[in-house]
Ligand binder design. Structure first.
Ligand code: GDP
Ligand code: ZN
Length: 311
C-alpha cells in the first residue's frame, strides 16, 4: 500500500500524487468508510490516502483516508445538514485583496478571516496593486495594513506592476499547501504567474458547477507550483460563509476581541451591551478597530436583523 495526496477529483476518479510526484488515477474501494460528519463527497483535494496499484489496470484503488488535520467545508445546500468538503489538510489560507479595481470591503475580509479561524487555518492577507494607492487611497491602504497587522495577521503588500514583494510572496508559499482566494480581478493569477512563469493557470475559474438533482457540486483543484509547494484553487468563495457558527462563540474567531474579552466583567459577555465590557472599552479607545467590531456585530446579528451599536 502506498501513501498519496489527492490533487484532483472529477466524478468518481481521484487523481493521486505519489511521493515521487507521479500521478495515478484511482477509484474508491467499495466499502471505504469515512469517519466523522456526513459529507456529499467522501474524498476531497488535499486528502492523504492509502492506495494500491493493480497490475494490468491503469487505475489504482483507494483503501483508506488518513486523518485530516483540518478541512474547509460548506453546507451542500443552504438548508441541508450535509456538508461538502472543499479542501483538506490546508497549511494556510491566502486572501488577496485590493482597495480599487476591484474593492475588497473590510467586512468581506473579516468574514473570510472568521471562517479561517473556525476551520483552524492560519490566514495571510496579500494587499495587491499597491502601485495604484496614491492620494486618498494611500491612507486607506495604511489603515488596512494597520488594522489587520494589529489584529495579528501577516499582511504583505505586493505589486505586479512595480515588482514589489514578489519574492516575499513566493517565500510564504514555499513548502506549504495554501488555498488562494480573493475577488475576481485582484491579481491572483498574475501573482502566481509572476513567481511560477512556467505555469499557465487562471485562478478563480475552477468553479465548475454542475447540477445533479438538487445538489450543486463544485470541485477544487490543487497545483504544484514548485516542488512540495501547492496552491489550491477553490470554487466560489461565497461557500466559505455557509457554515454554522454559534453566536456566542463568534468572538472566539476575532483574535483581538477574544484576547480582550478575558478582561470583561461577565464571563458570558456578548460584547454588545454589557457593563464592564473590555471589548467595548477597547473599541472606544481605538485599541480594537471599529471596522472589525462592526463586522463582529454585522455577523452576530446577520444581514437581516437590525442591531444597536453601543456607540
Ligand atoms: P484574478 O482574477 O484574481 O486572477 O486577477 P488577474 O491576475 O487576472 O488580474 C486582473 C487584472 O489586474 C489584470 O489586468 C492584471 O494585469 C491586473 N493586475 C494584477 N496585479 C496588478 C498590480 O499589482 N497592479 C496593477 N495595477 N494591476 C494588476
Ligand atoms: Zn465583553
Amino acid at each position: 500500500m502506498n501513501e498519496g495526496l489527492i490533487i484532483k477529483v472529477t466524478g468518481n476518479i481521484y487523481t493521486v500524487r505519489d511521493i515521487s510526484g507521479e500521478t495515478i488515477p484511482c477509484v474508491i474501494k467499495g466499502n471505504l468508510r469515512v469517519k466523522g460528519f456526513k459529507s456529499t463527497n467522501p474524498i476531497a483535494v488535499g486528502d492523504k490516502v492509502l492506495y494500491s496499484k493493480v497490475s494490468g489496470d491503469s487505475k489504482g484503488i483507494i483503501h483508506q483516508i488518513l486523518d485530516r488535520k483540518n478541512y474547509i467545508i460548506r453546507k451542500a445546500t443552504k438548508l441541508s445538514k450535509q456538508y461538502h468538503i472543499i479542501a483538506s489538510n490546508v497549511d494556510q489560507a491566502i486572501l488577496v485583496v485590493t482597495l480599487i479595481e476591484p474593492l475588497t470591503t473590510f467586512e468581506f475580509i473579516d468574514r473570510y478571516l472568521v471562517s479561517c479561524e473556525a476551520f483552524r487555518i492560519p490566514a495571510i492577507i496579500v494587499i495587491n496593486k499597491v502601485d495604484l494607492y496614491e492620494g486618498q487611497w494611500h491612507q486607506k491602504f495604511k489603515d488596512l495594513k494597520e488594522i489587520y497587522t494589529s489584529a495579528g495577521y501577516i499582511c504583505i503588500e505586493t505589486s505586479i506592476v512595480n515588482g514589489i514583494n514578489l519574492s516575499a510572496f513566493k517565500d510564504i508559499l514555499q513548502n506549504k499547501v495554501s488555498v488562494l482566494n480573493g475577488h475576481s480581478g485582484v491579481g491572483k493569477s498574475s501573482l502566481i504567474k509572476a513567481i511560477a512563469p512556467q505555469l499557465d493557470i487562471k485562478i478563480g475559474e475552477i468553479s465548475q458547477y454542475h447540477r445533479a438533482g438538487l445538489h450543486t457540486t463544485s470541485y477544487s483543484q490543487m497545483y504544484e507550483i514548485f516542488k512540495h509547494t501547492f496552491i489550491i484553487d477553490t470554487p466560489g468563495i461565497k461557500g466559505f460563509g455557509l457554515i454554522d457558527i454559534e453566536k456566542n462563540e463568534l468572538y472566539h474567531f476575532f483574535p483581538e476581541i477574544f484576547k480582550t474579552s478575558k478582561s470583561c466583567k461577565f464571563h458570558n459577555c456578548t460584547h454588545i451591551h454589557e457593563p464592564g465590557c473590555a471589548v467595548i472599552e477597547a473599541v472606544k479607545h481605538d485599541k480594537i478597530a471599529f471596522s472589525r467590531y462592526n463586522s463582529y456585530l454585522n455577523i452576530y446579528f446577520d444581514e437581516n436583523e437590525k442591531y444597536r451599536s453601543p456607540f
